[in-house]
Write a protein that binds this ligand. Sequence first.
Ligand SMILES: Cc1cc2nc3c(=O)[nH]c(=O)nc-3n(C[C@H](O)[C@H](O)[C@H](O)COP(=O)(O)OP(=O)(O)OC[C@H]3O[C@@H](n4cnc5c(N)ncnc54)[C@H](O)[C@@H]3O)c2cc1C
Length: 398
Amino acid sequence: MTSSPSLLTPQEEAAFRAEVEAFAREHCPPQVRAAVAANAKLHRAEYSAWQKALHRRGWSAPGWPVEYGGTGWDQKKRYVFEEVTAALDCPPQYHHGIGHIGPVLMAFGSDEQKARYLPGILNGEDWWCQGYSEPGAGSDLASLKTQAVRDGEDYIVDGQKIWTSHAQEADLMYTLVRTDASGRKQQGITLLLIPLDTPGITRRAIQTIDGWHHVNEIFLDKVRVPVAQRVGEEGQAWSYAKYLLDRERVGASAIPQLTQLLRSAQRAVRAHVDAARLPRGRHALEERLLLAEAALIGVRELAVKAIDDARHGRPLGSRPSALKLRCSELSQEIVAIGMDAAGPALASSFRDPEQQGGAEWLGDANWLHNYLFYRSKTIAGGTSEVLRNVIAREIFGA
Ligand SMILES: Cc1cc2nc3c(=O)[nH]c(=O)nc-3n(C[C@H](O)[C@H](O)[C@H](O)COP(=O)(O)OP(=O)(O)OC[C@H]3O[C@@H](n4cnc5c(N)ncnc54)[C@H](O)[C@@H]3O)c2cc1C
């Protein structure tokens, strides 16, 4: 397998791997690693514990430049870091701050916004969610209708967001609103930063098929937001949103996490399907595991190149869409293997995890919860149909 150019010599890479491994073993709380190994749903507490530990070490933002508190690591070093920490069952870093709004603020935010918000992302104190989608504006995001009307030094915001992940645990929401409806629908969209305790905001949980609480509706009723909370220019946020969406799609590839999931499925097959008693069943599952592993090697190569190009400002074309498409489908196949291995007995072990207190010890029952939850992987962040359209447009120039 080829990899992108690295500034690390093989000796430096080995030393760095050892350093990250020693740190992760010592500082990632054992209960957090156990939850990740069990494929349990993670909450703010688990993500935050790891983020705070990384922050103490100066590693809280591997992809950010040093001037903003990042590590300044090159792409290869970041990849090694993710690979080692995922192999030790450390959680992925919570993406809405570090991966999404942080980089947008660095690129388009004011100096005051950077000073106010970047430290809270780095140290894990501020938790963000993304208020983009609305009823009637998902794939066709530019049709969004939540309205912001200028009133002196404030905007007054009215409307509704939907499918807002983690809003029940978040402090702040970055959200797209319409400030002008007169032109093309991609024009007149503005990005606002809104604390979720602002008067006029109501959060309502959406019950999903897996029984866990992931997503919410957010109602905004005459919510007063200072103009100073606007990112960039009024009406220009479509380009900021696309900048963020590309990062989101590349990030969704999360190869080390897919590798973690695959390893876990391999363990499930070994633990549950007795090769002596069920040779054909075991063989069939092992074949699926091998195909998944081969696919993973392929997307890893695509991801490594895309991350490198993104870092150097080279155009990504439809690659973020291709990566998101392939990885979301692959993740569904891997959890399906885990569930098939754990077997039909899972149905009787399905229970309400929120009643159990969260990230918890459902053991093999997590395969069933995850199987159901991972149905959403080919919807959230761009549906597979829409991504295929993007790729086809690039190939056929339609
Ligand atoms: C678990 C989960 C978490 C999410 N988290 C967030 C979040 O944190 N913040 C946020 O803002 N949003 C979030 N979303 C919303 C997500 O981005 C949207 O669900 C997604 O963009 C699809 O939009 P939609 O649900 O309105 O479906 P629609 O766009 O109405 O699509 C319905 C169906 O029509 C198909 N379709 C639509 N347009 C086309 C087309 N042009 N060509 C072919 N087929 C098409 C779609 O593929 C789909 O099958 C989340 C969604 C889920 C499921």
